[in-house]
Write a protein that binds this ligand. Structure first.
Ligand SMILES: Nc1ncnc2c1ncn2[C@@H]1O[C@H](COP(=O)(O)OP(=O)(O)OP(=O)(O)O)[C@@H](O)[C@H]1O
Ligand SMILES: [Mg+2]
Length: 248
């Protein structure tokens, strides 16, 4: 499969007091179209920083990111914002829904931001709501939903424009086991049925076990890579044994 996302020698330093902290110390990776990649690592290892750079939310100190053939590192803020809007979808740990908007309006937010009328996208919004099992709650407000339902809205919103890449940062981090499983199953279905490319950041082996391939990050570098392949049984046992064999 062709490469849809490429990172070349990404370095990210943040200012800290009088000095600086190196969050990423040279990360290179490629993601193929349709691939479901997980990025695992301990707290502070650089996972969120990596995802922000891969999705163009922030710029690297040095290095390059190429999304779907477009080098976003050379872009100014405005160009990067447009590329992000058109080619990426984000899901975060805290759903980041807009409380004043209905569920359907939250799902259609990418269209509203693009200055388009929701009415033009009614069919697409209905399709997304059906996909995440929330057709009956289209007119609810986010605070009338459970945490799992709110994350399903966030996922539908992230998929609304048919992004080249879906980037998810600990999407199950704020959910109980069963609700987390629902989100992971939806992610996996979108990879398997829609061919959605996914990059999932997690510290949880159970979540990472859904991926086709797992990168292990430590101290801002990719230290190991574990190929799992696409399968319907998302048993974390084999991944946990592979991680243990690597001393993790
Ligand atoms: N905006 C910032 N300013 C200063 N330092 C930062 C900033 N963001 C991250 N860091 C530092 O960079 C390193 C990597 O942070 P990052 O948030 O990427 O880790 P993480 O793997 O996502 O951790 P967690 O699992 O806790 O979410 C940490 O040492 C962190 O303190
Ligand atoms: Mg993080």
């Amino acid at each position: 499969m062709p490469v849809i996302l490429e990172a070349r020698d990404l370095v990210k330093r943040y200012p800290l007091g009088e000095g600086e902290v190196t969050a990423l110390a040279g990360v290179s990776l490629t993601v193929e179209r349709g691939e479901f990649l997980a990025i695992m690592g301990a707290s502070g290892s650089g996972k969120s920083t990596m995802l922000q750079l891969l999705g163009g939310l922030d710029r690297p100190t040095s290095g390059e990111v190429v999304i779907d053939g477009v080098n976003i590192s050379a872009m100014d803020e405005e160009e990067r914002t447009l590329t992000r809007r058109d080619r990426t979808g984000f899901v975060f740990q805290y759903f980041n829904l807009i409380g004043l908007l209905s569920v359907a309006e939250n799902v259609g937010l990418p269209f509203l931001i693009a200055g388009e009328a929701l009415a033009e996208h009614r069919a697409r919004i209905d399709e997304l709501l059906a996909m995440v099992g929330l057709s009956a709650k289209a007119d609810h407000r986010p605070d009338q939903l459970s945490a799992g339902e709110q994350q399903r809205v966030a996922l539908a919103r992230a998929l609304a424009t048919g992004p080249a890449i879906l980037l998810a940062d600990e999407p199950t981090g704020n959910l109980d086991f069963t609700t987390g499983t629902e989100i992971l199953d939806l992610l996996w279905d979108s990879a398997d049925r829609l061919g959605q490319t996914i990059v999932l950041v997690t510290h949880d082996a159970r979540a990472a076990a859904y991926a086709d391939r797992v990168l292990v990050v430590r101290d801002g570098q990719v230290r190991d890579e574990i190929a799992l392949g696409r399968r319907r049984e998302h048993d974390a046992g084999p991944l946990i044994r592979r991680l243990a064999a690597l001393g993790l």
